[in-house]
Design a protein around this ligand. Structure first.
Ligand SMILES: Cc1ncc(COP(=O)(O)O)c(C=O)c1O
Length: 408
């Protein structure tokens, strides 16, 4: 443990997460699948109970006490999330997560035949498939490549962006390679050509300080369940002026100002984009997750993960036959994908599971990237604020055991 000097109070933090006390296959759980979803602290679990036990009601609809309390809590959570990424509360639209946030932009931005979208091969499917779905409307989708070091070939933007480019989209942090993309620079390139920039921040907002003003992006998508919050929570940030100009996503209650049998007019931001009864409980509880993260300190979390990743990369290099993907240690996110010899990642993950270690295996919803790397799957260890160097040691020991199991 002395291998890492964390500003986080690890003992206390680990105690806050009841699931970390679980045993898997008779061994203490080592949870290294945080890029898929994170575990929840007691404060978040309790906030969900408290909401349903004390406040459950629909929002924006009643004058009774419960309705007012639920509405206040829902809007307070929105303000917290807005402050967390340095946005205005009207610029935060609650969604089910990153996927829904990106699909909202796809639906509401008003793409027309002849428009072009520039994305990258390192994206999660949620930042590729929505755009591919627009191809049948005559919209071109172009891809920036990655190089052998797992970095974006940024110079390709010059060729790929044209005066027809309406949107440039990019992941802030790759969920496979851990690459941290220079989204501020990419937003600048997009703006220079009159295009907008959408950032998929599913793997950055939970792990490092993120400031939408500093990034200068137009849209940013995030998932609550990847930042200690409940599944089904998340948000889209969008610049106010753009959101005002955009068409609503879905039609129904909540998102209207007036309705006649002839026509409807739209509600103010952000409710214009939140049709129907929203995911009230989980969106409120996302605010409790933000509180927890802020208390720990986003800079501390980033430093902790940086050190942990550096340590992991150095220890993993001891394992013979292990191929590690992504940039060198240093400025990368807490995600390490690898393959051991020619063992299928699922088989490897199942040996690790026998040692109580949870890693993800497969294409991690990034098939174009795996195709580009010439592989079908990887195993992926991804870290968060509660992970320790001792858990990395366990991962390394288990990988060494896997070599024996597979007679490598
Ligand atoms: C980079 C990235 N983008 C988008 C997503 C999709 O997030 P969600 O499933 O929460 O919508 C993920 C989830 O793994 C991701 O890692």
């Amino acid at each position: 443990m002395d291998k890492l000097v964390s500003k986080l109070n690890m003992k206390k933090i680990r105690k806050d997460f009841p699931i970390l006390g679980r045993k898997i296959s008779g061994k203490k759980l080592v949870y290294l699948d945080n890029a898929a979803t994170t575990q929840k602290p007691k404060a978040v679990i309790d906030a969900l109970d408290e909401y349903y036990e004390q406040r459950n009601s629909n929002v924006h609809r009643g004058v009774h006490t419960l309705a007012e309390e639920a509405t206040e809590a829902y809007e307070e959570s929105r303000k917290k999330l807005a402050r967390f990424i340095n946005a205005d509360r009207r610029e935060i639209i609650f969604t089910r997560g990153t996927t829904e946030a990106i699909n909202l932009v796809k639906f509401s931005l008003g793409f027309e035949k002849g428009d072009e979208i520039v994305t990258t091969v390192m994206e999660h499917h949620s930042n590729i498939v929505p755009w591919l779905m627009l191809k049948k409307k005559g919209i071109a989708v172009k891809f920036v490549d990655v190089n052998e070091d797992g970095l974006l070939e940024e110079e390709q933007y010059d060729d790929l962006i044209t005066e027809k480019t309406k949107l440039v989209t990019v992941a802030h942090v790759s969920n496979v390679l851990g690459t941290i993309n220079d989204v501020k620079k990419i937003a600048g390139i997009a703006h220079d050509s009159g295009a907008l920039c959408l950032v998929d921040a599913a793997q950055s907002v939970p792990h490092m300080p993120v400031d939408v003003k500093q990034l200068q992006c137009d849209f940013l998508a995030l998932s609550g369940h990847k930042m200690l919050g409940p599944t089904g929570s998340g948000a889209l940030y969008g610049k106010k002026q753009l959101l005002e100009e955009m068409e609503p996503f879905q039609g129904g209650g909540e998102m209207i100002k007036t309705v006649s049998t002839e026509k409807a007019t739209w509600n103010d931001l952000p409710w214009k984009f939140e049709a129907g009864t929203p995911n009230i409980a989980d969106s409120i509880v996302l605010g409790a997750a933000v509180d927890y993260l802020q208390k720990a300190g986003m800079k501390n979390i980033r430093e902790h993960e940086k050190d942990l990743t550096k340590y992991a990369l150095s220890r993993l290099s001891e394992v013979k036959g292990l191929t590690i993907y992504g940039p060198e240690a240093g400025d990368r996110g807490g995600v390490v994908s690898f393959n051991l010899g020619d063992i299928h990642a699922h088989d490897l993950a199942s040996v690790l599971n026998d040692d109580g270690i949870a890693v993800r295996s497969g294409h991690h919803c990034a098939m174009p990237l795996h195709t580009r790397l010439g592989i079908v799957a990887t195993a992926r260890a991804s870290f968060y604020l509660y992970n320790t160097p001792a858990e990395i040691d366990k991962l390394v020991a288990s990988l060494k055991r896997a070599r024996k199991v597979f007679r490598l």
